[in-house]
Structures are given as C-alpha cells and as structure tokens.
Design a protein around this ligand. Structure first.
Ligand code: HEC
Ligand code: HEC
Length: 344
C-alpha cells in the first residue's frame, strides 16, 4: 500500500521527523478479537481504512494510543487496547455506549488534541466504532449493552431565567458535594462555611491550601490531570447543560472525578419534609458550572483571527453585520492583532 501524507496532522508529524509508514493492512500482530459475520466484517474493514487515514497518527496502528504524535500530546491519545474511556453516559469504570462514542468522534474533545470529525457520514462513524472495538476483548466480554445513567427531569428547564438554578448549584457545589476538594472553590471562606452548615456539616477553621486553585490528581495511567478551573479551562465533553449533567452525574472513568448520580440524595429532617439534596441538584450544579464557564475570557477577540498573509479575518461567531475592510497591509495588521491579543 502506498502511504501518502495529506492531512495537516500528518504534515506536522512529518515536519517533526517522526513519520513512518504504518505496517500494511492485515498485520497479524494486530489484535482482532472474536469472529464477525460478513456484514460486521465489511463495517470493520471500512472502519480500519478510515482509522488508518485519520486516527492512526495519534491513536497508533495497534490502537494503543502510541501514534507518532503521542509524544507531543497531553493528555495522551486514548489507548483503545486498555479501553478505559473517560467521557461516557455510563458509570465510572463501565464502557461507553455507541452514542457516547459517536458524540466524541463527531464533536471532538475540546482542550485536548482530539479533533471533531463532524463531517464524516454516519456510516463511516459507525464503521470507526466497530473497528475501535476490535482492539479490546472488553467489548465482547461485557454482558449486554452498557446502560446510561438516568437523566432525571430538569426542574429548571422551562424557566427562562436560570438565576435560581445557578444559586442552588453554588450552594450544593460548595456545601454538599465538596467539588472544591479537587476543583477550585469560587466563594469566600465564610460563605463556604455557611453552605456547609446548611447540610449539617460542621464549619471549618481551615481549608486546603490553594483553595481557589485546582488540585492535580493522578489518573489510572499515572498521569497527573488537573481538574478544570471552570473560569479558566476548557471542559472536554461539551458545555451544553445536558453535557455537563452527563459529565457530573456519570463521572469520568479512570480519573478522580467520581460518579455523582448514586450519592446525591439526602433526606429531609422528617419523612414528610422534602429532601435536602436530590438528583435534581445535579441540574443545578450543571447550570452553575455552565455559568462559571461562561466567564472564561476569550483567547482572541472577535475579528482578531488573521490567517497568515491573507487579509481576510475569520470570525468565531459569524461575520459582524458590517463588512470590515482591512486598512493596513496584511503584515502590519497581523502584527497589530498579535499585539492586541497579547497585551492585557
Ligand atoms: C491529533 C490527535 C488525535 C487524532 C487525529 C484523533 N484523536 Fe482521538 N483522542 C486524542 C486524544 C489526545 C484523546 C484523549 C483526550 C482526553 O483524554 O481528554 C483522544 C480520545 C479519543 C476517544 C476517547 C474519548 C473517551 O471518552 O475516552 C475516542 C473514542 C477517540 N479519541 C476516537 C478517535 C477517532 C475514531 C479518531 C479518528 C477518526 C481520532 N480519535 C483521531 C487525539 C486524537
Ligand atoms: C476527587 C476529585 C474530584 C472531585 C471531588 C470532583 N471532581 Fe470534577 N474532575 C476531577 C478531575 C481529575 C477531572 C478531569 C478529568 C480528566 O479530564 O481526565 C474533573 C473534571 C470535571 C468536569 C469536566 C468534564 C469535561 O468534560 O472535561 C466537570 C464538569 C466536573 N469535573 C465537575 C465536577 C463537579 C460539579 C463536582 C462536584 C459535584 C466535581 N467535579 C467533583 C476531579 C474531581
């Protein structure tokens, strides 16, 4: 098979001097678990071809995450042989559903090197999924389909103003779920103590050092991963409130981030009183985290993107109403955009 370098990633890898053609298809060293019907087999074959074109540079020929680009990447590409997937709608430690894999391949994982492949047809994505599953016997060994965590009714869905949700989220985040044990706290210490007391916890004289910063946590692969500081960092699995609910409720496999959906219930003081905390509060925390994320300063202001020597700006959120005509020659303009971006 002739191997040609077409994708930007491949060019990058070539430039870095680490490009070697992958071994020919049908490499017997490649683990292909189980046996397949001819329909499944043709999907797997199609998946292999697409994988070798788009994914191999990062995830590696053997699917072990050791592609040529690995040494440049943190977090590293997923190892499909170990098959510890992070962002799923299933409980920590369980395999993701096909919908989860589809979503991640389509959308990518923002803040990591994993790009989105939203332009690939559905069938091609299904083929990629079928192929990825051949790398690990875990897929054949699991009993039945993985089950997603329950999405309880969102009590705030129909409210146009989410202030109540955000405020409740702040209280539960700090007072009950202690998300600040790993992520930063976002309220002054006296207020944090007020929130703790609301859920029957004793107030504290002292909190961890660097309370307003994230604490690095080791993941299963022994890498230190920093939980996102929502006012500063990207979250990977999406910022829609449903995405945040999924990440918070299901947790992140292999990392310190726990599955919350099973431990977010606290009954009221008497059998007749409403619960102090319930699964609905997962929504409140999702709105709260989304609100924190919305405060993240944009890296570049709109209109500051200029591609090399082309004087045509690229807009993040669509062109502004009035067409902007570049006044300065491209070089000067690029210089100006760079200066504006990097001077506070
Ligand atoms: C430029 C490098 C790069 C390319 C190309 C790439 N990936 Fe990834 N991929 C990553 C990285 C890095 C991660 C891990 C992100 C993390 O841990 O937050 C990842 C993670 C994943 C995950 C796991 C998500 C999870 O929940 O654990 C899947 C599935 C995946 N990639 C599929 C693909 C497929 C399919 C392709 C090709 C169509 C592909 N990737 C191409 C870098 C890449
Ligand atoms: C024991 C430590 C720990 C606690 C407690 C914790 N987290 Fe996390 N959280 C993490 C780590 C580590 C990550 C990053 C995982 C990764 O990217 O590999 C993370 C990631 C996240 C993400 C980002 C998911 C994405 O798409 O990238 C969200 C949202 C989140 N946590 C919300 C919460 C909320 C809300 C709470 C409290 C209910 C909480 N976390 C409690 C450790 C923790």
């Amino acid at each position: 098979m002739m191997w040609r370098c077409r994708t930007p990633l491949c060019m990058l890898v070539l430039l870095a001097g680490g490009c070697e053609p992958p071994p020919p298809a049908g490499d017997p060293s490649k683990p292909v678990a189980g046996s397949y019907s001819s329909v499944e087999q043709s999907l797997v074959d199609e998946g292999r071809a697409t994988y070798e074109r788009y994914c191999v540079g990062c995830h590696g020929t053997a699917g072990d995450g050791a592609g040529d680009a690995r040494r440049f990447l943190h977090p590293p590409p997923r190892d499909f042989v170990a098959a510890n997937f992070k962002f799923s709608s299933t409980r920590s430690g369980q395999l993701p559903t096909d919908d989860d894999l589809r979503r991640m391949i389509r959308n990518g994982l923002r803040g990591s090197a994993m790009p989105g492949f939203g332009l690939l047809p559905d069938r091609t994505i299904d083929a990629l999924i079928a192929y990825i599953k051949t790398f690990s016997p875990r897929w054949k060994e699991q009993e039945g389909e993985p089950t997603p965590i329950p999405f309880v009714e969102d009590p705030y869905r129909l409210e146009p103003d989410k202030t109540a949700a955000i405020q409740r989220g702040e209280v539960v985040y700090h007072g009950y779920a202690n998300c600040w044990a790993c992520h930063p706290a976002y309220v002054p210490q006296p207020r944090l103590n007020e929130y703790l007391v609301q859920f029957g916890n004793p107030p504290r004289d002292e909190f961890r050092p660097d309370l307003y910063q994230a604490v690095g946590k080791e993941n299963e692969e022994g890498e230190i991963v920093y939980p996102p500081d929502f006012r500063r960092d990207y979250v990977r699995a999406g910022v829609r409130v449903e995405d945040l609910y999924r990440s918070i409720a299901a947790g992140i496999s292999g990392s310190a981030m726990p599955t919350w959906v099973d431990s977010i219930d606290l009954p009221g003081p008497t059998p007749d009183s409403p619960p102090l905390v319930s699964k609905a509060d997962l929504w409140a925390m999702s709105y709260y985290v989304q609100w924190l994320l919305s405060q993240r300063p944009p890296l570049l202001k709109e209109g500051q993107f200029v591609v090399r020597d082309r004087p045509r700006p690229i807009y993040l959120y669509g062109a502004p109403p009035k067409a902007v005509k570049p006044e300065a020659p491209p070089d000067e303009q690029t210089q100006k955009a760079v200066e504006e971006t990097f001077t506070p």
